[in-house]
Design a protein around this ligand. Structure first.
Ligand SMILES: Nc1ncnc2c1ncn2[C@@H]1O[C@H](COP(=O)(O)OP(=O)(O)OP(=O)(O)O)[C@@H](O)[C@H]1O
Ligand SMILES: O=C(O)c1ccc[n+]([C@@H]2O[C@H](COP(=O)([O-])O)[C@@H](O)[C@H]2O)c1
Length: 191
């Protein structure tokens, strides 16, 4: 069976925390590929208008370009509406029955897992893979999450947006080319 990791997210913007998690999962679990999967509308997050879906995809494309084992999964963008992971994984498992999917999440998401839509069915479709994240407990007793030992990084899209708006340094925090793209497009208060 093909082994595919999925890192779902808002990626507003994508940052090196995402890259590190995807790469660590790829190696620890001997995956065939990892797909970054941008959501249309995040189920648990307030929707932000500061970057378009097109912007988020362009930044992801820039981020994965040097790495052939990273891909972009656009199924949620194509479906539109609120991106419930259960709906997505039902569709993906139907499309690709010979794939075992590993759904990669950070500690903050592990903490909320119980509240996910149809979680009791979702856990039958995917194996959850977790990363500790500073500020979260990263523990959830009801559902199995395989934790990966990896360097923890206290970085979020929120911090990046804050730095962009207030003029702080972004060096080493964003993938190659993404800071220049953000400034060119005038995103996150840089315009
Ligand atoms: N530094 C990090 N360490 C571990 N997991 C992370 C990290 N950053 C993001 N993730 C995980 O990646 C997935 C997608 O994250 P998302 O795109 O929402 O970024 P974010 O940094 O959490 O954004 P925001 O600050 O806007 O809430 C989630 O499962 C999240 O937990
Ligand atoms: O399906 C749900 O109920 C659900 C609730 C919260 C988060 N998720 C998914 O978890 C991933 C990370 O979410 P976020 O909010 O950090 O971008 C992303 O793919 C979301 O669609 C899914």
């Amino acid at each position: 069976m093909k082994r595919v990791g999925i890192l779902g997210g808002t990626f507003n913007p994508p940052h090196i925390g995402h890259l590190i998690c995807a790469n660590e999962a790829f190696h620890a679990l001997k995956l065939d590929e990892v797909r970054f999967m941008p959501n249309a509308i995040a189920p648990h997050k307030q929707h932000r208008e500061d970057a378009t879906t097109f912007n988020r995809i362009q930044m992801l494309e820039m981020m994965i370009k040097p790495y052939p084992y990273f891909k972009i999964e656009k199924i949620e963008i194509e479906r539109g509406g609120v991106s419930y992971t259960y709906d997505t994984m039902v569709e993906l498992c139907e499309r690709e029955p010979d794939v075992q999917f590993y759904f990669i999440i950070g500690g903050d998401m592990i903490d909320t897992l119980e509240t996910w839509y149809n979680i009791d069915e979702l856990v039958k479709l995917v194996k959850f893979v977790g990363f500790k994240r500073p500020g979260s407990t990263s523990s959830n007793s009801n559902y199995t999450v395989q934790m990966i030992e990896a360097p923890e990084i206290d970085l979020s899209s929120t911090l990046i947006r804050h730095r962009l708006a207030t003029g702080g340094t972004l060096k080493f925090l964003l993938p190659e080319g993404v800071e220049a793209y953000i400034r060119k497009e005038g995103l996150y208060g840089t315009g």
